[in-house]
Design a binder for this molecule. Structure first.
Ligand SMILES: [Zn+2]
Length: 379
């Protein structure tokens, strides 16, 4: 009997959006609300593939404090060039490609809006593509596990468009050789960032995804005797209600970036490294007085399994309340109506698992997804 486990990954399809619009209820009626890991996709995706938390697989944020090993030192001079030309998204995108090629990075790489003058303080973590075996150094992924157990599988190429990915999966399925397919569909995330999670655009995108996945599943059932279908995601998406320009308030204190402190402004949090005690005291006092967010204690980081002794991800973390965007940030300059990266137990952070198979009660977190994969694949 030929069996296929089809895992369809949909970026940012959260529990709240699923509750509102529904998804795949005819083919995948079993549902589970899954807790995500704290951070962004750079933390959550490795958590899905390894079945472990960030403090075990060691991937958390893409940008880490490491002035000694920064591959961006030479970009410092770009800070002197006119920002109206060199800060354009298209220029930064092209430059990201050059840097990626220069350093032979195979993972996802993007400069976003990190200012050129601050880039030399940071290194980039995702140098290797973790969707291929050996991509995560600290532990194994489900793909390493498949290689080890001699289980033929197919993982989508995340560089391709969704249309291409669906066609490539269909072709692989038609050959009836693999036992696992990882169908990677990232575009819903972009749609919800741009239009908000509760929008006509979201509903339209879900409708077209439902059609595409249904067709792929039905095709698979003609080739295989049994197809286990799982729809999974990494995190949810919160509607953005307001924004806060933290950078402006920090800079107003008069301390020097680089000499007194280093900061990285993500879209929902700011991370700090300290060079001077009075800067630390005054900036911490400013953060402690803000009602739009909170400093995350080491105990909370430990409880979320994202505490790192080396401190390269941050010595102090300030996280905004759900729905507040740090804007402008190093990730973007514009207000957008949807964002993720808040506390894992904030209502819109939760992810989902949907399936045509019964989902065991113990599956509660995105780190549990891998257990279901292994169970599907052991003979
Ligand atoms: Zn996103």
């Amino acid at each position: 009997m030929k069996k296929l486990a089809m895992y369809v990954f949909i970026d940012a399809l959260g529990w709240e959006v699923y509750q509102k619009y529904g998804f795949m209820s005819a083919l995948a009626p079993n549902q589970r609300k899954l807790k995500t890991t704290f951070g962004f996709s750079s933390a959550a995706d490795p958590s899905i593939l390894t079945g472990r938390y960030p403090d075990e697989h060691l991937h958390w944020s893409s940008f880490i404090y490491d002035p000694e090993h920064s591959p961006f030192k030479w970009l410092k001079s770009f800070a002197l060039l006119p920002p109206q030309i060199f800060d354009r998204w298209r220029v930064r995108h092209a430059l990201s490609k050059v840097i990626k090629a220069m350093h032979s990075y195979t993972g996802y790489f993007q400069l976003y809006n990190v200012p050129f003058k601050y880039l030399p303080y940071f290194d980039y973590l995702e140098k290797k593509d973790y969707f291929v075996p050996g991509g995560i150094l600290a532990t194994d992924t489900i793909f390493d596990w498949c290689v080890q157990h001699d289980i033929p599988y197919y993982c989508s190429n995340w560089r391709h468009s969704e249309e291409q990915i669906l066609l490539e999966n269909k072709k692989v399925i038609s050959e009836a050789k693999v036992e696992l397919t990882y169908v990677y569909l990232p575009h819903l995330d972009a749609v919800m960032h741009e239009h908000g999670p509760f929008s006509q655009a979201t509903q339209d995108k879900l409708n077209s995804l439902e059609l595409q996945i249904t067709q792929l599943y039905q095709f698979a059932t003609k080739v295989y005797d049994e197809v286990s279908l799982y729809i999974i995601s990494d995190h949810g998406m919160a509607p953005v209600q307001g924004s806060y320009d933290l950078k402006k308030d920090i800079e107003a204190l008069g301390y020097q970036y680089g000499q007194d402190y280093i900061a990285f402004y993500d879209s929902t949090m700011a991370r700090f490294w300290w060079k001077n005690d009075s800067a630390k005291r005054d900036i911490m006092a400013l953060l402690a007085g803000l009602s739009c967010g909170k400093i995350i204690s080491d105990d909370e980081l430990k409880a979320m399994q994202v505490y790192f002794e080396h401190g390269r991800f941050g010595e102090t973390y300030f996280l905004l309340n759900e729905g507040i965007l740090l804007c402008p940030s190093f990730m973007g300059l514009k207000m957008i109506p949807g964002m993720h990266g808040y506390e894992p137990d904030a209502p819109h952070s939760y992810s989902i698992m949907l399936s045509n198979k019964e989902i065991p009660q113990e599956i509660q977190s995105i780190t549990d997804i891998r257990k279901t994969m292994e169970k599907e694949l052991v003979k």
